[in-house]
Design a protein around this ligand. Structure first.
Ligand code: HEC
Ligand code: HEC
Length: 203
């Protein structure tokens, strides 16, 4: 039985790895020209309200493009306009391009918030039932490309905090199985702010 489960998991992750390389990064570079104005031509956005996409995994980017398009579980008026004309192939190509880039710098952060942020990120809070973020987002915030778990490291505090709050108030509800919503419901604003600052410091 155990062997069967292992075999299933292995073939599933192989399937995911195959879908994750579907995009053509060279084509994506050209297609992403219109994204660069906000996200940076290489995905290193210079403006805190626009998330960095450099190094973000293709599977996650493709999913977000779909979710913005559907205009239900993740709503954003700016992105709705940007993704309207993208085909699935465009999204995969653009995703492959940004995945091939890397985050240049950590984002500005408040050093006073790092200790609590690190504690939550690395170990969670057993008493409150908050799991360690690194379990899914990786010890350095690189995410897990094969599973489509997003990279977080080096992201702007404003953006990360806005997303945590959106999961908390339910305005962002595109996380399968309520993975993120079930976590942030147990977190205070001070804890979300601390962890967002720690994430910004990761590179
Ligand atoms: C006018 C500015 C602007 C342009 C141009 C733009 N975006 Fe965005 N993008 C945003 C904003 C603002 C957000 C954050 C939305 C939110 O708060 O949910 C975002 C979020 C995203 C996200 C989600 C990132 C994450 O970490 O979850 C992806 C993926 C994305 N954009 C892809 C694109 C692509 C692909 C293009 C080009 C076709 C593009 N964007 C063009 C402003 C822009
Ligand atoms: C069980 C796995 C899991 C754990 C543990 C987890 N996350 Fe997530 N997280 C996810 C998944 C999956 C997504 C992507 C949801 C989607 O499809 O949009 C996500 C999305 C996010 C996003 C949005 C990223 C973006 O670019 O918009 C942030 C921020 C985030 N998580 C922060 C955290 C923090 C902080 C913790 C720890 C307190 C944490 N996560 C713990 C799985 C997890």
């Amino acid at each position: 039985m155990k062997k069967l489960i292992l075999a299933t998991v292995a073939s599933l992750s192989m399937f995911m790895a195959v879908t994750a390389v579907a995009g053509d990064a060279a084509a994506g570079k050209t297609k992403s020209a219109s994204c660069g104005g906000c996200h940076g031509m290489d995905g290193n956005s210079l403006i805190p309200m626009y998330p960095k996409l450099a190094g973000q995994n293709e599977a996650y980017i493709v999913k977000q493009v779909k979710d913005f398009k559907a205009n239900g579980d993740r709503q954003n008026a700016i992105m709705l306009g940007m993704v309207a004309a993208l085909t699935d192939e465009d999204a995969a190509d653009i995703g492959a391009y940004f995945q091939s880039q890397s985050t240049k710098d950590a984002a500005p952060f408040d050093a006073d918030k790092i200790a609590l942020g690190r504690e939550l990120y690395k170990g969670g809070d057993l008493q409150k039932g908050i799991p360690a973020c690194q379990g899914c987002h990786g010890p350095t915030g690189a995410g897990v490309a094969g599973a489509g778990y997003p990279q977080l490291g080096g992201q702007y505090v404003d953006y990360t905090l806005a997303q945590l709050k959106a999961f908390k108030d339910g305005s962002r509800k595109n996380d399968a199985n309520m993975l993120m919503r079930s976590i942030v419901e147990k977190m205070s604003e001070a804890e979300m702010t601390a962890v967002a600052n720690y994430i910004a410091s990761l590179k």
